[in-house]
Write a protein of this length. Sequence first.
Lengths: 114, 174
Amino acid sequence: MGGAMEMEWDVLKVNPERLDEELRALGIGAYAGLSTGGGKVRVHLVGEWTKADQAKILAAVERHDPAEKSRQRQAVEARQAALAALRKPWAGWTTEDKDDFLMWLAQEVLGDEI
Amino acid sequence: MAWTTPRTWTLGELITKTIMDTHVRDNLLALKEPPSDQVIRNNLGVYTTTSTTLVAVDSANLKVTLTTYGGDVLVWFVGTFSATAGTVLLLDILIDGTTRVGAGFEGLLAQGLGTGKTVVTIPPIVVSGLAAGEHNFVLLWRGTGGATLRLFSDTTSGTAPDNVPAILAAREVS
């Protein structure tokens, strides 16, 4: 089967970043993303997809736990925690602290390129 | 009030109340109150999408419908968005579920977003060539790289910058 189609559920609570990560991890080429709003979750498929793809998506949506943080959120929180740990007088900084800070600074400037 | 194509008068014609009501009064009323619709949407929560193809934000609720007389229609939108830094938002408007206003382009407009709030406006755009009858207009959006886009529309939020509507409007203008 093929073409653009939407799968839709009435779901009040969803963590869109986490569910998107879970759906992308299925490796379905037709998966184009998901949308939330109006009390609904819609999964967008574009191109070639199969009934088996739909079944995998359905299972992933049913498994989804909105309380679970996305990897992106976890990374943000880890960064915030690491930076918070560096808020101390310069005299207390170890060599590892300086290396960590340089790495965070480089990531801030260069993004995912490092 | 219905619009009637103005009468072509004939020499020596007797002007009656019926003619004056139809061709003067009713047409002036139609010009004063043209077909118009506006949604000031409260979603009671944020809209999100990770879609990399244009999809409706909310085809049931963020949609305006007009019954036109066959003239041009102005359509416009304003909303408050955010996303991961470096994400680009594309917006468009779908007419009657089939035709994008920005057909031939990736979208009507593109706007870079970050984690702070950004107000994005589709200014009034003239849509021509619509036949007389009912027409609907739906907002479409997409992002880049699978990032999560947010459109704020939530009167329940205690955070002031989230507590704003998404507004879509259309009006026949000729």
